[in-house]
Structure formats: C-alpha cells, structure tokens
Unconditional design. Sequence first.
Length: 257
Amino acid sequence: MKYINACIIAFAMYSKIPMPRADWEKENMKYAMCFFPWVGAVIGVCVYLWGRFAGNIPVGSILYAAVLTLIPIFITGGIHLDGLLDTADALSSWQTRERRLEILKDSHTGAFAIITCCMYFIAYFGFSSELFEMQKIEGIGVIAIGFFLSRCLSGFSVTAFPCAKDSGLAATFANGADKKRAGKVLIAEGILAIAVMIWVSIPLGIAALVAALLTFWWYHHMSVEKFGGITGDLAGCFLQVCELMILVAVVVVEKLL
C-alpha cells in the first residue's frame, strides 16, 4: 500500500492527472521520488502518439509543433516551468545568494522571467516544427523517452545534491525520502531509459544522453555556486532546460545524418 500511496503522491504533486487522496506521511514519502519519472512516461506516450500519428489527420507543421510544445504543460500544469521562470529572475538579479533564494520564493513575476518564458517556447516550438519536416519516428521516440530520463535525473538530484534550505518542496521530498534506496531506483530507471533510447537510435540516443548529462552538470554547478544547493524551483528549471536540450540535440543530429 505504501508504494501505491507513494505513486499517488508523485502524480498528485507533479501532474494535473486526477488522483485519489493519500496522506503525506513519512512512510508514504519514502519512495515518492521513485515514481516521479513515470509522470514523464505519461508525457512521453502522449508525445509519441501525437508525433507518430498526427501526420495521418493531417495537420501542418505549425499545429504539429504547437501540440508537441503544449502536451507537457497540459499534463504537468506548468509546475516545472514555474521553476524555470523563478530561476531566471533570481539569476538575472545579480544579487547575493540570500537575496537570490528570496527571489525564488517571491510569487511576483519579473521581466526576466517573461523574457525567458517567451524564448523557451519559441525555441521549443521552432525545433518541434523541424521534427515535422524530417518525418523520422526515431527522433520522436528518443524525445519521448527524454521526458522519463529528465525526471530520473531531477529526482536523483533531490536524493543526492545538498538542499539550499531546510524548507520548500525539494527539502520536503529529500527529508522524507529513503535517499539511498530511492537513489538506486532512480539510477536503475535512468539506465533503462538510456538503454531504450540507444536501442531506438544509436546516434540520436547518444546525442540525447550527452545533452542530458551536460545539462545535469550545469544544473549541479549552477545550483551549488549560485544558491548553495538545490531547491524545487532549481530542479524544475533543470527539467525544463534538459527537455529542451534533448530536443535540440535530436534535431541537430538528425539533420547531420
């Protein structure tokens, strides 16, 4: 029962998919992070189905790219995008570490967040439209798996990286988690995702992996240097950037092949 409750907590927190009620008690929180990647699996299935069958409707490249861009937002409710925008405001402030952490918590949206949001959606939309032009299903498959992999890495960071503060979403899950076991499960899930990516396409899978790992390295370096550790907003920022970088890597490598 505790595993079912852990799954419910993960989906209730990180998606807009209706879930039954589960108590956020310590026993249920231990393995919640293990189920976080499966929210990405749901997104990946929807992305793959749209990418695979949208051409049969048929639709043009603009609508095709728009739906691909919006699927993750519809399913997650934009919770990770909120982290990206808060992080953009904090990093662009050039303030002290303490002040940057305060900006992360501020519910107000600054100019840099709006600029970052526009740039992010334009970039994601643009590269998604290139997928339509290439009409290669392997690329869609690798990108779909990327939603699972990005959450494996994000979840692992919660179990392995230092937290910038004792309160907040990341700290809540980190303190409640069985870090050792959850970390091992997330690593195993990540290895599975990588294996499937490479099985779908060796060059595209490797490109997506390199993009994800480089983004993960940047995330760790940025979080520790600028904030003294991770927060829920920083983890969300990483996830959004990671998914964009996987998309970019797949499109670029497909064009070079």
